[in-house]
Write a protein that binds this ligand. Structure first.
Ligand code: GCO
Ligand code: ZN
Length: 299
């Protein structure tokens, strides 16, 4: 077993930190604070954070091949220009669902931006059920819808051979897999590869490592877990000093570090006293396994 070291690298106490993405070119970690409507970029060398505020809850951010970033803002896929802080709408979804917003999103190995929606929460994990759908924004800016009836659309990633798409609808307490056709972006044959145990609580964000194993952030579970999607077995548990763990990604030199986001929304004053780092960003080193670079949006 590895000896993991955990460090809180940013203690600005985000309401709900999410969607960590490593940007190698700037040695930075991108992430969002959903309710604060902020896209943030933390420079790992200068330790400075830059922020861009948008006009609606921003639930995910991704790199863009042609420069700048893309982000899911409210129910819109947007292009984000970091220099002039402008957001341009590329496409809108769920136009008939006024209470919906996007949640987690990630770019596939062919440059499509996948993201799902959910009804806005009245409290963490409290919301009108089955309102969400999963979509992807193709490089030509058209949108495809995969399925609906989603509660909280969350973690997503692709197998190293690009033949499997992994997906989490949080309230199903399951990590699911689909066959993936990289050429067309089509998914099929949904099945569960792991059911969370009670103490692991709610599955949230997810990423894959170079060995093809999945790392899942456990919201209210205070941990990230490493799963073998082939055997359905949990391989490792790494506990963190805060319970509301929202997502994880690999980054740093050679993608050998893991960055973990967390939330403080929904915590009472007593909980915040006990967990002063709630809402912080954590760096885990010494895991003994690396990640892979994020794919940029090709449009
Ligand atoms: O970031 C998300 O995925 C949701 O927007 C959050 O509100 C929580 O993580 C969720 O409630 C836990 O399932
Ligand atoms: Zn999430």
């Amino acid at each position: 077993m590895s000896s993991a070291k955990i460090e809180c690298v940013l203690r600005e106490n985000w309401c709900c930190g999410e969607s960590p993405v490593w940007e190698e070119a700037s040695n930075s970690l991108l992430f969002v604070d959903i309710p604060a409507k902020k896209v943030c970029r933390w420079d790992s060398l200068s330790k400075q954070v830059q922020q861009v505020t948008v006009d609606a809850p921003v639930s995910s951010v991704a790199l863009r091949q042609s420069g700048g970033y893309v982000a899911t803002v409210g129910t819109k896929f947007c292009a984000l220009n970091w220099e002039d802080q402008s957001a341009v709408v590329l496409a809108t979804v769920d136009k008939d669902k006024k209470n919906n917003r996007f949640n987690d999103g990630k770019v596939d190995p062919a440059g499509r931006y996948f993201a799902g929606t959910m009804a806005e929460e009245t409290a963490p994990a409290v919301l009108e059920r089955y309102q969400g759908s999963l979509y992807s924004l193709f490089p030509d800016h058209h949108v495809e819808k995969y399925f609906d009836q989603v509660d909280i659309s969350n973690g997503l990633d692709w197998s190293l051979d690009h033949k499997i798409f992994y997906y989490i609808d949080s309230l199903s307490y399951s990590v699911d897999a689909f066959d993936y056709d990289l050429q067309t972006g089509k998914i099929s044959n949904r099945r569960s590869v792991y059911k969370l145990e009670k103490e692991e609580q709610i599955p949230d964000g997810m990423c894959i490592d170079v060995e093809g194993k999945l790392w899942v952030a456990c919201y209210n579970g205070g941990r990230v877990i490493r799963l073998d999607p082939e055997t359905g077995k949990r391989l490792q548990t790494v506990k963190l000093p805060v319970v509301k763990i929202t997502s994880c990604c690999f980054g740093g030199k050679d993608y050998s570090e893991m960055y973990v986001t967390s939330a403080r929304d929904g915590m009472d004053p007593e909980g915040l006293l006990q967990q002063p780092e709630a809402g912080g960003i954590f760096k885990i080193t010494g895991l003994g396994v690396k990640g892979i670079p994020p794919y940029p949006y090709a449009g």
